[in-house]
Design a binder for this molecule. Sequence first.
Ligand SMILES: O=P(O)(O)OC[C@H]1O[C@H](OP(=O)(O)OP(=O)(O)O)[C@H](O)[C@@H]1O
Ligand SMILES: [Mg+2]
Length: 179
Amino acid sequence: MQNDIQEVLITRKEIEDKVAELGDILSKEYEGRNPLVICVLKGAFIFMADLVKEITVPIELDFMAVSSYGASTKSSGVVKIIKDLDTSVEGRDVLIVEDIIDSGLTLTYLIDVLRRRGAKSTVVVTLFDKPARRTVDLQADYTGFVLPDEFVVGYGLDYAEKYRNLPFIGVLKPEVYTT
Ligand SMILES: O=P(O)(O)OC[C@H]1O[C@H](OP(=O)(O)OP(=O)(O)O)[C@H](O)[C@@H]1O
Ligand SMILES: [Mg+2]
């Protein structure tokens, strides 16, 4: 698996430090409140697990699975809910945890759904952002790292469902996409 990686862009240690920093900021933002923290599956599962350990206010968790990439490196443009929340968001302060924002389509769709369901507030934290690829006007409230316009894998992010378990963020060798 590691042999398929051309370059490591962000190391395990850099990610750890950033996640702790984001946890600190969010603990202050939600002081005295009880947010519903939503993990956007599958990509955000590792970030979510690491982030919530750094948050010191009481939280509730829920999970939503959406997909728009399938086995491609480009968004299909159609966001599908594969698994919905178990919890009602009505009147709740919702913190959406994403691994990456690329075109912005997934989050635009999700925020719209959550607001229409009556969420009191929606805040987005993303570990990675590729602003150069945006097709809609969407910004996270908190961002860990800004990435260049390259398809990346690791720390939850996949290519055709592989490489999610790499502990760093890397770029694949071009031949991996063509074989
Ligand atoms: O800003 P966008 O262009 O919408 O891209 C970002 C979304 O794409 C990826 O999910 P994907 O659809 O690949 O599902 P996955 O998390 O299960 O890999 C990623 O985890 C984000 O949720
Ligand atoms: Mg994916």
